[in-house]
Design a protein. Sequence first.
Length: 294
Amino acid sequence: MKLSEDIVINGKKAMARSYAKINLTLDVMGKRTDGYHLIETIMQTVNLSDIIVVQTHNNGIKITTNKKYLPSNNKNIAYKAAELFFNELNEKRYGAKILIHKNIPVAAGLAGGSGNGAAVLVALNMLYSNPFSEEKLLEIGAKLGADVPYCMIGGTQSASGIGEILRPVKALSKQYILLVTPPISVSTPWVYEEFDSIQKSIFPDTQAMISAIEKDNYKEICSNLSNVLEEVTIKKYPVIGGIKKKMLLNGANGALMSGSGPTVFGFFDDFNKAKASQDSFSMMYKDVYLTTTL
């Protein structure tokens, strides 16, 4: 579901939901001369979201959040998104009040921040009567981060390049997804730097995953879940591997770390098993969510 289809406009105010994503596959294909890594991944939206309220005014950019640890200045991607939008618009007298109600864990491999930036861009575009085409807005979003264009489009997408080249895949059928985020912060740049120094032993098959999704073959989808970055992140944070093993013992048909971590997600074909697993993990961790694919 595209962000623009889920935004409610009321006068000078827009309310959006920015959804979390998981990586069904993630492979690193190389490195560009500018230091960015080339990837190949299948991304999927899940029904866990932050609420973003954007209101236009003429007195700068102001961020309010429900979490004290979130920055309210230009270190926040939502602030950067608004600033970039107005610069592209060449609007001299501009401003936006942005309220972020954060539900998605931060620095968790779920694109929570990227989703916030995407929501601000799309909401502002709608509030200003769509001065930018979707193609141009995706181009602007890519300047904020590789996951931002995906967060604008959502759904089931194949991504390549640094993540900005998107190709739609047949929509994944609705599945129960359990998300568990341990209380550790993982630096994405550090993970990629470490990955460059290891001998790769995990080889995701992106085409096999696409084929499984197109055939709606649940067993093959689960068996093709694969993320090369697990080799780095789990080595430093063994708790992630422990969560993955426990999730499989709890009845998940497949489990994987999302992005650079630390969130682990599991596919369940039975709601009761998924709920029992959620209850089990909730005794150990705060950020445990039973959700579905979107």
